[in-house]
Structure formats: structure tokens, C-alpha cells
Ligand binder design. Structure first.
Ligand SMILES: Nc1ncnc2c1ncn2[C@@H]1O[C@H](COP(=O)(O)OP(=O)(O)OP(=O)(O)O)[C@@H](O)[C@H]1O
Length: 265
């Protein structure tokens, strides 16, 4: 039994669900009727050959793209009427590849802004000083968590690529989402930087309140983190279940081998 079907059997409302999710670009259906339930406390890896629809599926969930048909539900609530900003406020957090960083500010300033964006609303003038201290402490704790303390005062534009990727994770943590979405989080990182990111994602998924979705080509990364794999191919969800079983399944071998990408598996 897959993790998702176990949750269904128990009748639990999944943290996140897509129902018949579909998007067309002209005559091309990039994501085609994808139904999937994501359970709290689990990490699901989304894999598939190039052009399978993985990033498009992410864009539909996070609201960067509007679906042609189908829906996305967060804790059972339909998000169709909410765009990307509204979904972020409701707890869908996505690590963007360098696009949500302020390059001319320091690492610490970037994290403080994210903490402020999440926690800074609604405080009154009398509690401002204490609240401000609290925000700074929270930002400093995240700095240490992502091991960027030594870079705190560096301007983001001057950071090596790997540290910028860590900062993206820091900003995601600061936004305190319930759904964490990572799209190839170790892309472009050197071999010695990868374990830090994997540790961070592992820490995030260890919190039973969190639900993690990971798009990843590197199967060693997938195997080290995933509780479950779903496979997209030509926009369809073609396999779903335990990582070892899914990778060994004929349909997955065919999907990859058919695209000449056997080395991924
Ligand atoms: N905005 C768009 N307009 C037209 N076609 C698009 C658009 N976005 C994606 N596509 C097409 O949809 C299909 C799925 O693309 P997508 O980027 O989601 O694949 P992917 O699985 O993430 O691939 P990769 O692993 O290479 O990143 C591709 O054929 C792509 O060309």
C-alpha cells in the first residue's frame, strides 16, 4: 500500500491534494489529469524524463500557472481562486532558484525581511521593541540552521552559488510554510555542498507537520530523502509508491529508457 492510499484508507484529509489537474499550452497537454494526495510528515519525490511536466505541475500547485482543469486543495480547501501570493500566505512555500533573493542586501538582511514578512504583521506600537528583538533572534537562528552565520554580512550578489541555494532554503524556512516545494535544490552545487542541503531538507521533513515535495533528477538524492516517488511522463502520473518498487517497475524503466535517460534511474 502506498503512503497516499494509507492516508485515504484512514479517511484523513491530506495536507495537499491535486484532483484531475490539467494544463494545456495550445494543443499540448503538459499536465494531464494528475490526481495525487500528499500526506503530512512525508517527502514525495516527483521524477520523470525531461519535459515530463514536473515543473509545470509545481507551477500549478504554487499558483504560478492557472490550471485549465482540475483543482489543488490545501487541507481540503480548494485554492483555485488564489494566485501565487495567496497560496504562499496560506502555507504553500516554494524555494525559487535565486529569484526571490535581494542581491544587493546582505544574507542577514534577506533572512530578516523574510521573517518580517511572515511574522511582522499585526503588532502594536507597545510591543514593537520586544517583537523586533524576537524577529532578529528568529532570523539569527535560521542563519545558523542553514550554516550561513559566517556569511551573515556578505552581500548576496557576492556569494558562491551553493551559499545562495542555502539562502533560498533559509528564506523558505523563514516563511514557515506547511508545504515545502523544492525544485532541484542541489542543482549547480559542488559535491561537498550537497550534504548541507540534504540535511536541511531532512530536518524539514522530520517535522510531522511538514509536507515536502521534491522535483529531482539525481536518484541518489531521491533515494536519500524520499518516502515515496511519483513519476510523471508526458504529463501523466504513471507510477506512485515506495521508492525502490517504483524505480524497479517496468513502466518507469520504460519511461526513462524510452527517453534515453537510463542513467538517471
Ligand atoms: N509556458 C509554456 N508554454 C508552452 N509549453 C510549455 C510551457 N511550460 C512548459 N511547457 C511544455 O510543457 C512540457 C513540460 O515541461 P516541464 O518544464 O514541466 O517539464 P519537466 O518535467 O519539468 O522537465 P525538465 O526535467 O527538463 O525540467 C514541455 O514539453 C514544455 O516544453
Amino acid at each position: 500500500m502506498t503512503l497516499s492510499s494509507a492516508a485515504e484508507t484512514a479517511g484523513a484529509v491530506p495536507a495537499l491534494e491535486t484532483r484531475d489537474l490539467t494544463v494545456r499550452f495550445g494543443g499540448h497537454v503538459a499536465v494531464n489529469g494528475v490526481g495525487c494526495r500528499f500526506t503530512r510528515g512525508t517527502l514525495t519525490a516527483i521524477v520523470g524524463p525531461n519535459g515530463a511536466g514536473k515543473t509545470t505541475y509545481f507551477n500549478l500547485i504554487s499558483g504560478q500557472l492557472r490550471a485549465t482543469a482540475g483543482s489543488v486543495l490545501l487541507d481540503g480547501h480548494d485554492l483555485s481562486s488564489h494566485g501565487a501570493a495567496g497560496r504562499t500566505r496560506r502555507g504553500i512555500g516554494r524555494a525559487f532558484q535565486l529569484t526571490n533573493l535581494f542581491p544587493n542586501l546582505t544574507v542577514r538582511e534577506n533572512i530578516r525581511l523574510a521573517v518580517q514578512a511572515r511574522r511582522g504583521r499585526g503588532f502594536d506600537i507597545f510591543s514593537m521593541a520586544a517583537h523586533g528583538r524576537h524577529l532578529i533572534q528568529r532570523a539569527d537562528a535560521i542563519l545558523e540552521q542553514v550554516r550561513l552565520g559566517v556569511r551573515a554580512d556578505d552581500v548576496v550578489a557576492t556569494l558562491p552559488h551553493g551559499d545562495q541555494r542555502k539562502l533560498e532554503v533559509a528564506i523558505l524556512i523563514a516563511l514557515e510554510p506547511r508545504i515545502f516545494m523544492f525544485d532541484e535544490p542541489t542543482a549547480g552545487m559542488s559535491v561537498d555542498e550537497v550534504p548541507v542541503i540534504l540535511d536541511l531538507i531532512h530536518g524539514i521533513k522530520s517535522d510531522p507537520a511538514n509536507t515536502v515535495l521534491l522535483v529531482e533528477h539525481k536518484m541518489d538524492v531521491v533515494h536519500s530523502l524520499a518516502d515515496r516517488i511519483i513519476v510523471l511522463h508526458n504529463g501523466y502520473l504513471v507510477a506512485d509508491g515506495d521508492p525502490k518498487e517504483v524505480v524497479a517497475s517496468p513502466i518507469v524503466q520504460e519511461a526513462y529508457l524510452g527517453m534515453g535517460a537510463s542513467t538517471h534511474v
